[in-house]
Design a protein around this ligand. Structure first.
Ligand SMILES: Nc1nc2c(ncn2[C@@H]2O[C@H](COP(=O)(O)OP(=O)(O)OP(=O)(O)O)[C@@H](O)[C@H]2O)c(=O)[nH]1
Length: 374
């Protein structure tokens, strides 16, 4: 098989996939796909430069080609970091292609050495990216798809580096129809296709997670929204045995805060209330924003004195945090009931609301409890 034809096929394939991503997902795709588009484009450009170097300005174009291919490997590492949510080692990603360009230029009088160096450095870059992918946390299927494809490609390049360094006479010319060249190009082509598929899956996973978050979270406070809280609380009550305490909690004089200090300040109070609730409750407790300035809590069974301590802490912490951050105190009223076995969630909420109503009418800033809570 003609190696140049295969090279052109890799180049066209990379260009087409980059174009397809730009059309299908958008040129400003977030979360890593943009970096992968750049990786495909630079892959195509790097090979175009290496092919052109066979005709004109061999030293300049070959050095440029090597730098662009190294930049492409950096873009692969960047893609991996972005999708995995890991910090990006920006300096290294930019410095390696430049350093490789200089080293390649200096080593070029000794062609096998320059080739060995290029293959070695780029294979290390790709190995680093594949290691990040294979050792990262989270969804497995796309990480493995991308990581194994990259690792196979990197290991073959490492093999080329060893061959060029140790047995330069056996190393095939770049355009020779040698089995090593043919295998490498076919593997590279496959790894580009698999990588594109894998990162598209990663993109889809990220979009799905963002949608789930949007559908279940209150955007202002980051707490569960009412629908999600009701779903989870319903399930938790089904599994509990009359041991849960349900609390409806409403900030006091909130309309006055909005009217006198403005809506943005009201929003800050809601955020602080969310933080206080999240900070003071256990991970196993369910806390949500029921609507407006009302919050709903489903607490695991605690003995009465534990509930009294928690309640005092919530009142005190909210007052203190608002005073410290906003310069005025905010308190709340709450109603708490112990959920009876087999009691529907809506009935328990109605009972807690009655207690909340009592707390408001008794002067606010307090928690009224049904039987068995305190
Ligand atoms: N800033 C802000 N205000 C909200 C939001 N949701 C609801 N509100 C306001 O919350 C206020 C609730 O007022 P009321 O129901 O009268 O309650 P209150 O003033 O706290 O009175 P009491 O509960 O009796 O102490 C209204 O002014 C709503 O506009 C929100 O997301 N942000």
């Amino acid at each position: 098989m003609d190696v140049i034809t295969l090279l052109v096929a890799v180049l066209v394939n990379a260009l087409l996939m980059s174009l397809a991503l730009a059309v299908g997902v958008g040129i400003r795709a977030r979360g890593g796909l943009q970096a992968w588009q750049f990786m495909l484009l630079t892959q195509a450009a790097g090979f175009a430069l290496l092919i052109a170097a066979k005709q004109v300005a061999p030293v300049l174009l070959a050095t440029l080609g090597v730098m662009v291919l190294s930049a492409s490997a950096s873009a692969m590492a960047l893609t991996a970091c972005r999708f995995l949510g890991q910090p990006v080692p920006q300096r290294w990603l930019g410095a390696v292609p430049l350093a490789l360009g200089v080293a390649h230029y200096v080593a070029l009088p000794d062609q096998p050495l320059a080739t060995a160096l290029t293959n070695f450095i780029i294979s290390l870059q790709i190995l680093w990216a594949s290691w990040q992918l294979l050792s990262g946390a989270g969804a497995v299927r796309w990480r493995w798809l991308c990581g194994v494809a990259a690792a196979a490609n990197a290991l073959l390049m490492l093999g080329r580096a060893v061959l060029a360094f140790g047995w330069p006479e056996a190393y095939p010319r770049f355009t020779a129809p040698h089995p090593l060249n043919l295998t490498h190009l076919m593997l590279l082509n496959a790894s580009l296709v698999l990588g594109t598929m894998g990162f598209l899956l990663a993109h889809r996973d990220a979009a799905e997670q963002a949608l789930v978050r949007l559908a279940s979270q209150d955007t202002l406070t980051g707490l569960l929204n009412r629908r999600e809280w009701m779903n989870r609380a319903g399930r938790a009550l089904g599994a509990a045995d009359g041991a849960a305490v349900l609390v409806m909690l409403d900030l006091d004089h909130f309309k006055q805060i909005n009217d006198q200090r403005g809506h943005p300040v009201g929003d800050e109070v809601l955020k602080l209330a969310g933080e206080v609730l999240r900070g003071e409750l256990r991970a196993s407790d369910l806390v949500g924003r029921y609507g407006g300035e009302e919050f709903c809590l489903l607490l695991r069974h605690g003995d009465p004195s534990a509930f009294a301590r928690l309640d005092a802490r919530l009142h005190q912490t909210l007052r203190r945090r608002c005073e410290a951050s906003l310069g005025f105190e905010v308190d709340f009223s709450a109603g708490a009931v112990r959920v009876a076995p087999d009691e529907p969630l809506s009935a328990a909420i109605a009972r807690a609301d009655d207690q909340l109503y009592r707390a408001k009418h008794a002067g606010r800033g307090r928690t009224c409890c049904g039987d068995g809570v305190l």
